[in-house]
Design a protein around this ligand. Structure first.
Ligand code: C2E
Ligand code: CA
Ligand code: CA
Length: 279
């Protein structure tokens, strides 16, 4: 029995070692990636539902891993959050986006607003607002070139403190969007007390829009709620013409999804902006 227990123990320890090792490797690789410039910002257009013009974009992080290829955020963001690397990565992204916005604004391309995603950990870092301000100054940008997106889980704890930081960011002139609205912890009271400019409808509602009348009702309600509170409303994950038409009938303002474009490199985004009206 003793022998067997020992074997089981070493088997278990080896198993732990394997996953801990993998995690450590990925951690180290992530630090290197930041230095080596292996992160890239992709942009997904946000299109005005009435004019079909691109009026905004969401910045989405990508990692060009030397062995594993192009990695999506689901493969590394939560680890980056756990080890505190989300702050340097977030800073890098903020500056990359501001620098890109500056070059776009030097051209005749239509002026757009770019949204960046912020996770809970980035709000716990004290000087978030100051770093946003400094990035805007450094890249000679007006604050309305930028938007920050928070999901409802950003507000699970430290609500008062995070609300204060959001107010400070809003005071700079940067706009604020609530991402995946309707599936998280956000209370209507929080919505009432925060300076929110935009609601983004979660893609799970959009996906069910034509089959499920409850999903359809929820979407229409979010649109009316947003408009009554002077916010604009974006539908995420729009993949079909049918979804587009329905959202148009319900007076949704903006569309983001594969129907118009997947997230693309800055270069491809530049071409899309040059086309002005997407078809
Ligand atoms: P998100 O904020 O919900 O971003 C939208 C995600 O939906 C993106 O996934 C996008 O590629 C995907 N998507 C866009 N259109 C469609 C569509 O029509 N259908 C479907 N099925 N999916 C669509 P992505 O790029 O893999 O990003 C995943 C998440 O990672 C983002 O979700 C965001 O929460 C997070 N993320 C991305 N970049 C950053 C970042 O710089 N910082 C932080 N903290 N989080 C980030
Ligand atoms: Ca987002
Ligand atoms: Ca999401």
């Amino acid at each position: 029995v003793k022998e067997k227990g020992k074997n089981n123990y070493s088997f278990y320890a080896n198993g732990l070692n394997e996953s801990a090792k993998k995690r450590l490797t990925l951690e180290k690789e992530m630090y290197d990636a930041l230095d080596a410039g292996h992160f890239e910002v992709f942009y997904q257009p946000q299109v005005d539902i009435k004019t079909h013009r691109i009026v905004g974009a969401e910045a989405l992080l990508r990692w060009h891993h030397p062995q594993k290829g192009l990695l999506l955020p689901s493969k590394f963001i939560s680890l980056a959050e756990d080890i505190g690397l989300i702050n340097p990565i977030g800073d890098w992204l903020l500056n990359a986006v501001c620098s890109q916005q500056h070059s776009w604004q030097q051209t005749n391309l239509p002026v757009i607003n770019v949204a960046i995603n912020l996770s809970h950990k980035q709000f716990l870092h004290n000087d978030l607002c100051r770093r946003i301000d400094q990035a805007l100054i450094k890249h000679h940008l007006q604050a309305n070139s930028l938007k920050v997106e928070i999901t409802e889980n950003v507000m699970i704890k430290d609500i008062d403190r995070i609300a204060q930081i959001l107010c400070d960011i809003k005071a700079l002139g940067v706009s604020i969007a609530i991402d995946d609205f309707g599936i998280g912890y956000f209370s209507l009271n929080t919505l009432k007390n925060l300076p929110i400019d935009q609601l983004k409808i979660d893609k799970s509602f959009v996906a069910q829009l034509s089959q499920d009348s409850d999903a359809a009702n929820i979407i229409q309600t979010i649109i009316v709620l947003g408009h009554n509170m002077h916010m604009n409303v974006v539908a995420k994950g729009v993949e079909t013409l049918d979804q587009f038409n329905q959202l148009n009938r319900w007076h949704c303002d903006l569309i983001q999804g594969y129907y118009f474009s997947r997230p693309v490199t800055a270069m491809v985004m530049t071409d899309l902006l040059a086309k002005k009206v997407l078809s």
